[in-house]
Design a protein. Structure first.
Length: 122
C-alpha cells in the first residue's frame, strides 16, 4: 500500500473503492515511510488520524525499512530519477519494499504508471 491508496480509501473516492478489496482482503503491507507521509498529510490538514492509523495497523502489516531494502531503494532511485520527473526517494522505498516481498504497489501515483510492480487504481 502506498500513501495514495490509503488517502483515497479513507476519502471514499472511486480510487478508494478500487483499493477496498486489497485493503480489506488482509494481505496488504504498508511500509513505515507511508505511515510518515500519511501522518504528515493529515496533521497538516488538521484531520484526526488516530482511528485511521489504528485501522492501517489492523488491516495491513507495517513493514520496517531494513538494510537490504534501503540498498535496493537507492538503486531504484538512481535508475528511475532520470526516467520519471518527480520520482522521489519515498517512491523508491515503497517500490523496493514491494519488490523485496515479491508483491505489487497499490497506487494511483502517476510515477508508478507502466511498472509491472504496480497496480494502478486511478
Amino acid at each position: 500500500m502506498d500513501t495514495f491508496s490509503w488517502v483515497e480509501y479513507f476519502a471514499g473516492s472511486a480510487a478508494g473503492e478500487k483499493a477496498r478489496p486489497y485493503i480489506e482482503g488482509g494481505d496488504a503491507f504498508t511500509p513505515t515511510i507511508v505511515i510518515a507521509e500519511f501522518v504528515d498529510k493529515y496533521t497538516r490538514e488538521k484531520i484526526d488520524l488516530e482511528e485511521r492509523l489504528k485501522f492501517i495497523k489492523t488491516k495491513s502489516s507495517v513493514t520496517l525499512l531494513d538494510e537490504d531494502t534501503a540498498e535496493l531503494a537507492g538503486r531504484i532511485s538512481a535508475e528511475r530519477r532520470p526516467l520519471v520527473k518527480g520520482w522521489g526517494l519515498v517512491d523508491s522505498i515503497v517500490l523496493a519494499s514491494a519488490r523485496a516481498r515479491k508483491m505489487k504497489v497499490l497506487t494511483g501515483d502517476e510515477h508508478f504508471r507502466g511498472l509491472e510492480d504496480a497496480v494502478m487504481i486511478k
